[in-house]
Ligand binder design. Structure first.
Ligand SMILES: [Zn+2]
Length: 478
């Protein structure tokens, strides 16, 4: 057997083991995982990974790239988050080879004809095709009082490889009311998709915000009072109840509070297919940081909470109650990010896609002793499983795509904006000391980042069709 590329000498993290192994790649796929020094090297490119950890390529399950920023957040019309070229370039440098972004519903035509989900995804794909350094796919956004023809199109969407459907239970006209959510749950469950839910209790959020504004307390640092623990508690439980009634699987994006972690844990203990995501900055910052100078730069909806909530998220990732890390990537300039300073205008999201893997490695492996297998799960494998890309993505085993993040656990690096590759002029991680950092990234057999140099091409990234393993939807499979 001849190989095109051999990763030699590293600690390799497979689905069942982490230890000294070599990995042989043929073309775009992994062809062999073998004892050190046993793969024939003739003609192969050798990548020396000694002293390093070889992980499956990182998967970012929650990104908003080339998306129009709300006028109220940006303070101006027609402002967009960074391009796919910039975001995917930053992703590769941060050890991320697959990005899950979003496809929104398109506008009806002049004749009132509504594009199908498959049409909307095609429109969104055109933004990324030929413009992404990393592979990509999209959650489809079901918004408002979801039109019946859209619900009727879920089957065709799942058949075409769109496996996940995003729903918001708050955010004005985007909010899907619970009655309609029930209709959506029934069809998504029947078709083998999963719901990705931004769950906040709209009535609690709106009423609290209105009261604080009336009292003259509309400063952005009060966001945790609006997007509160109570809201998360009630909304997570309502969504779980509705999904349970119809047998739907739920992936809670950005869990923010101990109440959310508890709700997920109880659902899982009841045998329900419920999974939770935590954003990497929620593992470090707290609601107190909003009060620092430029402190609202850390804000991502719902809102950062207390130190106890932060610790609950970390504990949930450590013990399996939570399944994934993500960023809610939403990169703008600093001026846009900080333009709104009130409860109604603080911009969500942040410049984050590049920093998740090293920050999570520092917070979870170095500080808390997470195993390397569990770390691979929370930065790659679990997202691949829950969202229907496994084992093509998220696994180092024969037959999987040859996507790797080679991380040097001994490389200490203090994050500075100059070292990052996003199209932005700020980072909330400025000064954060990483204990371990990605040094080489491989996408489908091609070395795309090595030793600080970009070797990939903006045409390298490919669209991914997804199908969810029925075991993921039958119960808490991971
Ligand atoms: Zn988001």
């Amino acid at each position: 057997m001849n190989f095109d590329l051999i990763l030699r000498g590293g600690t390799v993290v497979t689905p069942t083991f982490a230890g000294p192994l070599d990995v042989g790649v043929q073309g775009e796929q992994i062809a062999a995982v073998a004892a050190p020094g046993t793969l024939p090297a003739d003609g192969a490119t050798l990548l020396d990974t000694s002293g390093k950890i070889v992980l499956p390529g990182g998967i970012e399950p929650h990104a908003h790239i080339a998306t129009r920023v709300n006028v109220e957040w940006a303070g101006a019309p027609n402002v967009y988050t960074q391009s796919p070229e910039a975001a995917s370039r930053a992703a590769l440098f941060g050890g991320v080879t697959t990005i899950v972004d979003f496809a929104p519903p398109g506008r009806p035509s002049a004749a009132g004809l509504r594009p199908s989900i498959v049409d909307d995804v095609a429109v969104r794909r055109a933004v990324f095709d030929g413009h992404s350094y990393a592979d990509y796919t999209f959650h489809y956004i079901l918004a408002g009082d979801v039109p019946q023809e859209t619900i009727d199109g879920i089957q065709a969407a799942v058949d075409s490889g769109i496996a996940s459907f995003k729903v918001f239970t708050t955010f004005g006209r985007t909010r899907v009311p619970y009655g309609r959510l029930a209709d959506v749950c029934a069809v998504v469950a029947e078709q083998g998709g999963i719901l990705a839910v931004h769950a906040e209790e709209d009535e609690i959020v709106e009423r609290t915000r209105t009261r604080l504004i009336a009292e003259g307390n509309d400063a952005g640092y009060n966001l945790p009072l609006v997007h509160s623990n109570l809201s998360e508690d009630v909304a997570f439980r309502a969504v779980i109840r509705i999904a349970r009634y119809h047998g739907a699987g739920v992936y809670f994006v950005h869990t923010t509070a101990s109440e959310g972690v508890d709700a997920i844990a109880e659902a899982r203990a009841d045998g329900l297919p419920v999974y939770g995501e935590a954003l990497h900055h929620y593992l470090h910052f707290t609601g107190d940081d909003y009060r620092k100078p430029e402190g609202t730069a850390i804000h991502t909806y719902p809102a950062l909470k207390s130190a106890a909530d932060r610790d609950a998220l970390i504990a949930g990732l450590m013990d399996g109650r939570l399944s994934t890390t993500a960023t809610d990537e939403y990169t703008t300039s600093k001026a846009v990010k900080l333009s709104g300073q009130t409860l109604e205008t603080v911009c969500g999201g942040h410049n984050g896609i590049e920093t998740r893997v090293p920050v999570a490695f520092t917070k979870l492996v170095q500080e808390r002793g997470m195993t390397l297998n569990r770390f691979a799960d929370v930065v790659a494998s679990n997202a691949a499983r829950i969202l229907g890309m496994y084992p093509r993505k998220g696994a180092i085993q024969p037959g999987s795509d040859a996507d790797f993040t080679v991380l040097d656990p001994n490389l200490q690096r203090t994050i500075t904006l100059d070292d990052l590759h996003a199209d932005s002029d700020y980072s909330i991680w400025e000064g954060f000391e990483c204990r371990g950092y990605p040094v080489t990234t491989v996408l489908r057999g091609k070395i795309v980042v090595d030793d600080g140099k970009l070797l990939g091409d903006a045409g390298d990234g490919r669209w991914l069709e997804r199908r969810i393993d029925p075991a993921i939807l039958a119960g808490p499979a991971l």
